[in-house]
Write a protein that binds this ligand. Structure first.
Ligand code: SF4
Length: 326
């Protein structure tokens, strides 16, 4: 793993809230608020948090499927946020997405062949015969068969459909795959098959992954490093091993405590989060997690903790650690 393929700096997305009879802006939803991270070549960075924490919006901003409010997305040295519509379409050849619901993201009226051929046509790759050859080869790569090319999405199981979604993402030989909850809609038994496939493909095609999920249990085995998001901000970022062995942020600790341990001899103490996720249109002052944190102190209610490197490569934003205090 060498050098950063992707660098995200101070990325923000604020959605306006319009109200009144004149439809004027009356507030804003801070869906993503100053998120900074990088992904090395060949690495898998997991991005986790509850639904509504801004992880999917972050993923979509990297592809400019959602326009950022501000910040930088530097992919292979180019700032994606500065590219024209034409340039960004070209850049998407090297960065592709795999979506949560393969059924919704695959056109039900097109055969698998047409679906997989489309990215090649968009990017002007190959002639008809070469494209059809590539479709057949890619179906085999993702564990399907070349005869599946003539079938329609509804003729496949959920797991097979996600294999088609992955095949489509790989057609243009991308460098980065942004996988947004790619296994959340699948049965648990199928989840591990798709995760194993993604791991194998990463090695075979030297892929770099940003793997978005709400479940820390799912990202554990696939991620090299993991970032935990809460209400639009990163609250902890470290290697996968460090995060599971020594979580620093109380939110990460609570998320980890809810993953069942399949060993009856291990006593598990579950940290229950108080209350609901606050609204990103009206986030709590100070540490956004303070309304639910069992370790909350006075300073947490007024002063927002900054992300600080507590140990080499281990970052957290929490006043519990002296170096994180203002
Ligand atoms: Fe809890 Fe305070 Fe740390 Fe926030 S800063 S996570 S409220 S201890």
């Amino acid at each position: 793993m060498t050098g950063a393929l992707l660098e995200v700096k101070e990325l923000k997305k604020f959605f306006p809230i319009n109200g009144g009879i004149l439809g004027k802006k009356v507030g804003e939803v801070k869906a993503v608020d100053s998120v900074t991270f990088s992904v090395k070549r060949g690495e898998t960075l997991g991005l986790v948090g509850e639904s509504g924490c801004g992880k999917s919006t972050t993923g979509r901003m990297l592809m400019r499927l959602i326009e950022p409010t501000s910040g930088q997305v530097i992919f292979e040295g180019n700032d994606i946020t500065k590219l024209s519509e034409k340039e960004i379409r070209k850049a998407r050849k090297d960065m592709q997405m795999v979506f949560q619901d393969p059924f919704a993201s695959l056109n039900p009226r097109q055969t698998v062949e047409k679906i997989l051929e489309e990215p090649l046509i968009v990017h002007g790759i190959g002639n008809k015969e070469e494209r059809q050859q590539k479709v057949k080869a890619m179906l085999e790569v993702v564990g399907l068969s070349s005869y599946h090319a003539k079938r329609y999405p509804h003729q496949f199981s959920g797991g097979q459909r996600q294999r088609i979604g992955i095949a489509r993402a790989l057609m243009t030989n991308p460098k980065l795959i942004i996988a947004d909850e790619p296994v959340s809609a699948l049965d648990v038994s199928i989840q591990s098959q798709v995760l194993n496939l993604m791991k194998d493909l990463q090695k075979e095609f030297q892929l770099t992954y940003l793997f978005i999920a709400h479940d820390l249990g799912v990202v554990k085995h696939i991620s090299d490093r993991i970032g935990v998001m809460y209400l639009g901000r990163l609250v902890e970022l470290t290697t996968s091993d460090q995060l599971y062995d020594m979580p620093m942020h109380p939110y990460t600790q609570a998320l980890l405590s809810s993953i069942p341990i399949p060993d009856p001899d291990v006593k598990q103490e579950r940290i229950l989060l108080k209350g609901d996720l606050p609204s990103p249109s009206n986030p709590p002052l100070g540490c956004a997690f303070h309304t639910r944190c069992t370790s909350c102190m006075e300073i947490c209610k007024s002063t927002r903790p900054e992300m600080v490197e507590l140990e080499p490569g281990h970052f957290a934003a929490c006043h519990l650690y002296p170096s994180a205090k203002q």
